[in-house]
Design a binder for this molecule. Structure first.
Ligand SMILES: *Cc1c(COP(=O)(O)O)cnc(C)c1O
Length: 401
């Protein structure tokens, strides 16, 4: 069986994890600090806070901005449920909008969805392909749009417009006009979950890139406290001589990353651009070339003169088929020993989000993409021969339906 996306776990990672286990410090400590510094250097934003997951990072930042009851947050209908769930946790209303043909949020639809209650927009770089950040950043700063913004907290007052909080769970290392995700907008959140391009088993990172007059370094210091029960000193700092006394300044969260996780991340970030992304691009190129031979196959856009993907998932679409036919093709591919998936079922189709009054008929592009998509295996150790086996399994299954 060809698996879908097993993590890359080699001796280097095992050695670094063992080193951490033997060091006497396993939770948030020196390795988390180092991983944060490496991520800041890597993407070029202003400061990084590592978290226990991408979801935790997103929720922390919504709460930092003071999002709550009566507020609205705009996000694409086509995403993983984490993006929407964190909005609900904060007591705010998720406002779904449709996507473009490239699977990313439609800026025209964002504009139509903005109201006086809108506090945040959460674009998602789906499959690793960056959203239209120039257009999104221009939109929130436009006089008529910023004029509608009703600040309720001091952070909202200071920004004076809608916050752009990018969900970059898929797009570490992707480019937009020669800049990496992390510095494309106000705040960006990565995920290091087991299936993501760079994994720490579970984990995430908040990239701070807030404009003047925000002091990103100060916000980082505050977020460390907020992500650890509002306690003024973390366990590592308290181990230093005489540093036992601490205070609690607010009922914070338990969102910190462990040094065991950071150890994996440190190994991976060093070889990410020159090794991980290189191999993933080769796999994408091989799929793209193979499927471009068939007029029924629609190859996703993953490189343009402005954007370059992080090659997270390969979203093959089949032209002119029904949802039932797509499901049948998936069944046949699986019987041939290849694991495939569907990224994602649009959230308005989910029981909970339907119960909030969302109707998939309002998101035609999301629905059409969903019913025709099959996500193919992409992972570091997938060989060219295996890529060819996947292609053959898809082609033979299509021909049989
Ligand atoms: C994986 C994922 C997340 C959440 O990441 P976790 O680290 O698992 O919390 C958020 N958004 C999208 C689109 C994802 O795929």
């Amino acid at each position: 069986m060809i698996p879908f996306s097993p993590p890359r776990m080699d001796q280097k990672i095992i050695d670094e994890v063992v080193d951490t286990l033997k060091s006497g410090w396993i939770t948030t400590g020196p390795k988390v600090k180092k991983f944060e510094q490496r991520l800041t250097e890597y993407a070029g934003h202003k400061a990084t806070l590592c978290t226990s997951s991408g979801s935790a990072g997103l929720e922390l930042m919504l709460r930092w901005f003071g999002v709550g009851e009566g507020d609205e947050v705009i996000l694409p209908a086509y995403t993983y449920t984490a993006t929407a769930n964190v909005i609900v946790h904060c007591g705010a209303k998720p406002v779904f909008v449709d996507i473009n043909d490239d699977f990313n949020i439609s800026v025209d639809d964002i504009e139509k969805a903005i109201t006086e209650k809108t506090k945040v927009i959460m674009p998602v770089d789906l499959a690793g392909f960056p959203c239209d950040y120039d257009e999104i950043n221009e939109l929130v700063s436009r006089k008529d749009i910023a004029g509608k913004f009703k600040p309720k907290t001091k952070e909202q007052e200071k920004l004076g417009r809608i916050l752009v909080l990018s969900d970059a769970a898929h797009s570490l290392g992707a480019y937009y006009k020669n800049k990496k995700t992390g510095r494309l907008t106000d705040i960006t959140v990565y995920s290091f979950h087991a299936v993501k391009n760079l994994t720490t088993a579970e984990g995430g990172a908040v990239c701070l890139n807030l404009p003047n007059p925000f002091d990103n370094e100060e916000i980082y210091k505050y977020l460390r406290i907020k992500s650890l029960h509002g306690q003024t000193k973390d366990a590592f700092t308290k181990t230093k001589a005489g540093a036992w006394r601490y205070d609690v300044i607010e009922p914070g969260y338990k969102f910190n990353m462990t040094d065991i996780a950071a150890a994996m991340g440190l190994v991976e970030i060093e070889r990410y651009d020159n090794d991980m992304l290189v191999r993933r691009k080769q796999i994408f190129d091989r799929y793209a070339k193979a499927f471009s031979e068939f007029d029924w196959a629609e190859v996703p856009i993953y490189e343009t003169d402005k954007k370059r993907s992080s090659y997270h998932v390969f979203l093959l679409r089949i032209k002119d088929i029904t949802e039932e036919q797509r499901d049948e093709i998936i069944q046949k591919i699986t019987e041939k020993g290849v694991s495939v998936n569907v990224h994602f079922i649009p959230l308005p189709l989910m029981t909970y989000y339907k119960s909030l009054g969302n109707d998939i008929a309002d998101f035609p592009v999301s629905y059409d993409n969903f019913l025709r998509v099959i996500s193919l295996p992409v992972y570091y150790n997938l060989t060219d021969e295996q890529v060819d086996m996947v292609v053959k399994a898809v082609v033979d299954s299509y021909d049989a339906v």
